[in-house]
Structures are given as C-alpha cells and as structure tokens.
Ligand binder design. Structure first.
Ligand SMILES: C=C(O[C@H]1C=C[C@H](C(=O)CCC(=O)O)[C@@H](C(=O)O)[C@@H]1O)C(=O)O
Length: 258
C-alpha cells in the first residue's frame, strides 16, 4: 500500500522534494511553494486519513513512516529531501530518525519535536481525544471554527480563518479523528536526541509570529530560518519567502551535483 500523491518532473540528477502537509491539509498545501522550485523533481503526498489517502488507517508513527518509505520506493525515489509542515513536520522528523536510505536532508516548518514530560503527554492526550470526538460527531465547519481559535493560530485574521474553515471542512471527520489519535503529540517520541545525533542536514523554518515554534526551534540542532509576515502556517502566509528559504537551502546543498 502506498500514499496517494502527485508528482512533478524536474532536472534528472537533482534530489526530489517530498512535501508533507499538516493536519487537515492535503497534497495541494505545498504546491504554491513547489512551483517556485521547478528544477527539483517533486512529490506532494496525502497523509493517511487525508485527501486521496483518506481511507488509509494507521496505528502510529512507525506505520506512517513505513508507508512513506513504500511510497518513495514505488516512485523509485532514491535521493530526496523531506519538507514537512506541522503534523507533516512531525512525521518527517520521525521518518528521518529511522535513518532511511536516500534521505538527503530534512526541512521542517512548525513541527513539534516531542513532549518531554509525562504530565504534558497526559494533558495533550486528553485534549486530542476531545478534538477527535468532535471531529467524529460535529459538523466540520463548527469544529474548525474553534480549531483555528487555538493560540498557535493567533496570527490569523478573521478572513484567513474563514478561508481555512471552508478549505479544511472538505475533509472526512472520522478519518481525520483517527489520524489525529494515531499521530497525536501525546504518543510521539521525543525526537530531540535522535535528531541531534543524526548527520542528516536539518533545517527548521518558522513564521516570525509563531512564538511557540520559534521557542521550540531554539531547542534543536537545526539551522533556523525565520519567515517574515507569517504565523504558524508560514508557507501559506508568505509562500515566496518560504520558497526563497528552501531555494537557498537547496542551492547550498546541491551546487556540486550538476
Ligand atoms: C494546537 C496545537 O497543535 C495542533 C496544531 C497544529 C498542527 C497542525 O498540523 C496544524 C495544521 C493546520 O491546521 O494548519 C497539529 C499537529 O501537529 O498535528 C496540532 O495538533 C499546538 O498548539 O501545538
């Protein structure tokens, strides 16, 4: 079984860019940024419970990481950078910590490396269970109206929130709930030590208005890239700046390939 996705051809020999969206997103999430990096071949995936992978159920991070490896193999992708936003960033960091063959680099935007404290995990588990139940039982528009009132989305304008509620309500509540539970931050290992021990190039991108993830970025052994005029979803708020950041990262790393 492989994840649904969409590929774009590029210059042979350049590493692939494999994009992973966030919770309630889909393969379209990164395409405005990817379109500004046309030299690299690109793969935009739908995570389990989302988009074309809606009917895929997983038990946890290892499942998702194995699905990702199977998918890359099926596309014969042997040299790639992983680019993940939020939930997609958490999946990307977990995958990178499995030391997969062919991973050339890791770019995370606003992904949480993991909770350290048992009481934080318990609190997060209760919170995510509540959200999951709401995604199962209530109209998605009303759940997402409150979802985007969470502090991490404080930078959103009312117009941006309304746009996101409409877009995200195209999902299936039951499959979102299942993915939220299976990959909850409460069950994610704390990846800090494994990331710091890894020799994979690791870059962390975050919006200048995303205080929570700016602070988390400072805890990581990653090169940090702050995106102006952007909040948690930096690539949505300022796609040109995120694309420029990715281009600079990739140019430095791939200048010897061609
Ligand atoms: C509320 C927090 O965490 C949730 C918010 C962001 C993550 C995400 O993927 C957002 C996608 C979007 O709506 O743009 C999500 C995740 O990582 O799974 C978190 O559950 C928070 O304060 O960390």
């Amino acid at each position: 079984m492989i994840l649904a996705g969409e590929m774009r051809a590029g210059t042979p020999g350049l590493p692939w860019l494999v994009f992973l969206h966030g919770f309630s997103g889909d393969r379209r999430e990164w395409q405005r940024v990817g379109a500004q990096l046309p030299d690299h071949p690109q793969l935009y995936l739908d995570l389990p419970g989302h988009g074309g992978s809606q009917d895929m159920a997983v038990t946890g991070f290892s499942d998702v990481s194995q699905l990702l490896s199977n998918t890359l193999l099926s596309y014969n992708i042997l040299n790639y950078w992983l680019v993940g936003y939020s939930l997609g960033g958490r999946v990307a960091m977990f995958h990178a910590c499995q030391q997969p063959q062919g991973l050339a680099g890791l770019i995370v935007e606003g992904g949480h490396p993991g909770l350290r404290d048992a009481s934080e995990r318990e609190a997060r588990s209760r919170s995510d269970q509540r959200w999951a139940q709401r995604f199962r039982d209530e109209p998605l528009t009303s759940v997402f109206l409150e979802w985007y009132q969470q502090p991490v989305f404080a930078s959103l304008t009312d117009a941006q929130r309304d746009e996101l509620v409409t877009l995200r309500s195209q999902n299936n509540g039951a499959t979102l709930a299942a993915m939220l539970e299976a990959t909850s931050l409460a069950v994610q290992p704390d990846l800090r030590a494994a990331l710091s021990a890894s020799n994979i190039p690791f870059h962390y991108v975050y919006g200048e208005r995303d205080e929570k993830f700016a602070a988390l970025a400072a805890e990581l052994h990653a090169e940090r890239h702050v995106i102006p005029n952007a909040g948690h979803n930096a690539h949505r708020d300022n796609p040109a700046a995120v694309a420029a950041s990715l281009a600079q990262i990739l140019r430095l790393r791939t200048k010897d390939i061609l």
